[in-house]
Design a protein around this ligand. Structure first.
Ligand SMILES: C[C@@]1(CC(=O)O)C2=NC(=C\c3[nH]c(c(CCC(=O)O)c3CC(=O)O)Cc3[nH]c(c(CC(=O)O)c3CCC(=O)O)/C=C3\N/C(=C\2)[C@@H](CCC(=O)O)[C@]3(C)CC(=O)O)/[C@H]1CCC(=O)O
Ligand SMILES: NC(=O)c1ccc[n+]([C@@H]2O[C@H](COP(=O)([O-])OP(=O)(O)OC[C@H]3O[C@@H](n4cnc5c(N)ncnc54)[C@H](O)[C@@H]3O)[C@@H](O)[C@H]2O)c1
Length: 191
């Protein structure tokens, strides 16, 4: 049973602290930016790998600070991703973030995470997030690839059309719900 509750965050309006600019830090930033190209990220690392620099350099919303982690970097942040190669430091980040009631992800250490990053499929306005409850990130990746293949590109056109149709409906809320359900019934083949 998966007890996680997925939400869709406006990370372009939230401040994220990412600590660690190596392989894992780069992977986390890459997935974050793939889904949310204007995510507001402050990246703090003793040093940044070439691939991190290549990814972050031209992004206005990503700020890089070459420094060791310090608690001061938690100030004005909404959430934190710890991705250093020092387990003690990752634990310290987690503890200090928790003391401030910040949401924290310790990359690749499920037990220390308040939230997991998921596999994400985007087709225009449609976004599907996938979690295996931390059981198999590889399965999440494969399912993401599968859904990317099978969900039609026309999905976004369909959503636009439905939105336009809803705007033409005159009537109360109940009438609109019925009308929207009626026109989309064919999408699922059964009621
Ligand atoms: C979905 C995705 C998003 C992202 O990273 O943003 C993601 N991991 C991805 C890929 C991936 N990560 C790893 C491999 C190598 C295969 C392997 O080792 O299993 C691969 C596959 C590959 O690269 O092919 C290594 C790994 N990851 C975690 C552990 C620890 C453990 O499992 O115990 C270890 C072992 C480390 C070690 O060996 O010590 C843990 C987590 N990884 C999560 C997310 C969270 C759970 C998500 C869920 O609920 O399913 C969670 C719990 C925490 C977190 O990091 O948020 C992204 C796919 C993106 C995509 O392609 O769509
Ligand atoms: N690379 C992988 O694919 C992989 C897979 C599974 C698990 N892991 C684990 O994830 C962790 C990170 O791995 P990685 O490959 O990203 O390591 P890495 O060496 O590429 O990157 C670690 C980064 O953390 C920074 N750092 C270290 N201490 C710091 C501190 N006190 N303050 C700020 N920055 C600091 C370093 O400067 C470096 O940029 C390791 O514990 C590793 O065992 C890595």
């Amino acid at each position: 049973m998966n007890h996680l509750y997925p939400i869709f965050l406006k990370v372009h309006e939230l401040n994220i602290l990412l600590v660690g600019g190596g392989n894992v830090g780069t992977e986390k930033l890459e997935f974050l930016l793939k889904s949310s190209p204007e995510a507001q990220v402050t990246a703090v690392s003793k040093e940044f790998s070439q691939s991190f620099l290549d990814l972050a350099r031209d992004r206005k919303s990503v700020q890089m600070v070459e420094d060791s982690y310090d608690e001061k970097y938690l100030s004005s942040k909404h959430m934190v991703i710890a991705a250093t190669d020092d387990k003690e430091v990752n634990k310290q980040i987690r503890d200090e973030a928790k003391a401030r009631f910040l949401l924290v992800n310790v990359a690749d250490t499920p037990d220390l995470c308040d939230f997991y990053l998921g596999g994400i499929v985007t087709k225009g306005n449609l976004k599907v997030a996938i979690s295996t409850n931390g059981k198999s990130p590889t399965a999440a990746k494969r399912l993401r690839q599968l859904l990317e293949e099978v969900l039609p590109e026309e999905m976004d056109e369909l959503l636009d059309n439905l939105n336009a149709y809803r705007d033409t409906l005159k009537g109360d809320f109940e009438y609109k719900v019925k009308a929207m359900n009626k026109i989309t019934k064919g999408l699922v083949g059964k009621r």
